[in-house]
Design a protein around this ligand. Sequence first.
Ligand SMILES: Nc1ncnc2c1ncn2[C@@H]1O[C@H](COP(=O)(O)OP(=O)(O)O)[C@@H](O)[C@H]1O
Ligand SMILES: [Mg+2]
Length: 344
Amino acid sequence: MKFYNREKELNYLKTYCQLEPNSILFVYGPKSSGKSTVMLKVIEELNKRDDIIFFYYDLREYATPTKDEFLNIFFEKGDKKYLLNKLEINLKIFKFGIEENFDFNNLSLNEVFTKIKESIKEAVKEGKKPILIIDELQKLKNIYFNHGGEEGKSLLNELFNLFVHLTKVRHLCHVICLTSDTLFIEEVYSNSTLENTSEYYLINWLRKGCVRDILKEEGFTEEEINYAINYISLPYEIALLVNNKKLGLSVEETIKQWINIEKNKLLYLIANVPDELNENKINEILGKFKNDIKVKYEDIIKKETINEFKFLVENEILFYDVINGIIKPTSVKKWYSIKELLKN
Ligand SMILES: Nc1ncnc2c1ncn2[C@@H]1O[C@H](COP(=O)(O)OP(=O)(O)O)[C@@H](O)[C@H]1O
Ligand SMILES: [Mg+2]
């Protein structure tokens, strides 16, 4: 796969990884904006230095991981404090080490955390800079540990305490968490454990200038570019456009199809709203986007329509940027499909 220009984001994250750890970093942005792709590029490039080691965990493929799955994703049995993830063929990333004879079933949360800390400290002792990255971290939300008197401790809440300890308190390693779930970012943002301990970095839509340069590079004509530039906001859309052109579909046809498909999906979603939600309120919220692609937080978030708003965010129609107080459709093509819908 080609990697399209994400110079600014790549530089930010590469530099961040090389600063002294002092806070947890939350990388957020609309779904498919390219968060995981940029992060993997950072790993690939920084892996050329042998003093940085990455502990990278991707939870994207799990609907909701269980406690066992969590342990298998994060830990590897062996005689070292940290071990290479053998399942990753192209990427040098590590897992936390755990003794062969350890019984995952009886592992307490305290033991889990001790193991993580031991791995990190061992790496530091060996002169390495460990970086811990968790992709789609919100998926750990429903995991609880019950062991030896621990009453259903929430893994994620306890992990946040550990992350604060590793970064802000002891400066041992970076912790970078990625998520597309902006309602989760809001929870994190208002979590008192994390006050003054976290930073946020938005990986947003591609900038117009970037889209123009990429399309030019891909051999599109000036006319095609001037049309497409109004609709493209995500990297994979460019890849689709390139393929469709090879398949004989014009830029205009492809984009019109996209908007049509998105509009139909939206119609279907609205036709199937749960009974407790009010369709008029959904239309009222969408109506705010008739002329504007982004709307201020206070113009949308109201007590009477909060559930309808959350429904639109959960279904990836709207992207809620709590840090900047802005709400917008998840992509530009989504915006056009909303506008089409409003014409009816
Ligand atoms: N900079 C990029 N260059 C080329 N393709 C990209 C780029 N960023 C993302 N993509 C593609 O877009 C899709 C979604 O990207 P991904 O990184 O998974 O998004 P996110 O993690 O933000 O949801 C993937 O198919 C990926 O290959
Ligand atoms: Mg991702």
